[in-house]
Design a protein around this ligand. Structure first.
Ligand SMILES: [Zn+2]
Ligand SMILES: [Zn+2]
Length: 251
């Protein structure tokens, strides 16, 4: 078994499960303790099954629930030094430092953290591997670097940010400075950028894509679905939402 699921994704909170037959990882936790427990329950997971929490970066929608969950259930937390030093993460007791581009094994899952261009201290995203199957995860990045494409090239499943529609962001109620931040090189991926990733021939064994981190104000699932159909993408395609995330997906 090698599978993944989102507990919820968007600017109000993110958490992703990655599970093999003997190892269960939680990536990020931007939900309160009770909420997280409820969300885990809907996926058939109890907190004491989680072997480790990995944190991509310190933004509240990824880190706000990590310290309490970790402390309450004695779960170790892996994060970069830059993320660990940020005040959002200082209450994490069992913090273990990971380094971008240095693989680590947690149980039967190999974890490869890689650097992404996002406006945080030392952000990373991950490639998870188990028995020749590979899950790429990218929730927050301003653009896609050649390096990211190379790291993600073996992905059989890709969980990929589809943050906003460029037009909608431009016409949104967001102040100009926030529009610049979100749409900038160190902000979030717009639909066109995510579609370019699907269209690139760098990821040759891709079977399933899960769209993550859709903006509730500046994007919509129906639009993303239509855009993906329009480029002739015929692999499995799912969209995770803020309220429920998505069902389990076999990697
Ligand atoms: Zn972020
Ligand atoms: Zn985020």
């Amino acid at each position: 078994m090698f599978r993944c699921s989102s507990l919820g994704s968007g600017s109000k909170g993110n958490a992703t499960l990655v599970q093999s037959s003997d190892t269960c990882l939680l990536v990020d936790c931007g939900f309160g303790l009770k909420d997280t427990q409820k969300r885990l329950e809907t996926k058939g997971i109890t907190p004491d099954q989680i072997d480790a929490i990995l944190v991509t970066h310190e933004h509240g929608d990824h880190s706000s629930g990590v310290a309490r969950l970790s402390r309450r259930f004695g779960i170790p937390v892996w994060l970069t030094r830059g993320t660990a030093l940020h005040r959002h993460c200082e209450k994490i007791e069992d913090a273990r430092i990971l380094t971008a581009e240095s693989p680590l094994n947690i149980g039967s899952i190999q974890v490869f953290p890689f650097t992404v261009p996002h406006d945080a201290r030392e952000p990373v995203q991950f490639l998870f591997s188990h028995q020749q199957r590979h899950l790429g995860l990218v929730t927050d990045t301003g653009h896609f670097t050649q390096h990211m494409l190379e790291v993600l090239s073996p992905s059989t499943t890709l969980m990929l940010e589809f943050n906003h529609c460029r037009e909608r962001l431009r016409n949104s109620s967001y102040p100009y400075s926030l529009q610049q931040r979100v749409g900038g090189q160190h902000g979030h991926l717009c639909n066109d950028q995510s579609l370019d990733v699907l269209l690139s021939d760098a990821i040759t064994n891709l079977e399933t894509v899960v769209a993550l981190h859709l903006s509730e104000e500046n994007n919509c699932p129906a639009l993303v679905d239509e855009l993906v159909k329009n480029i002739g993408f015929t692999k499995n395609f799912l969209i995770a939402n803020q309220a429920e995330g998505c069902d389990w997906v076999d990697v």
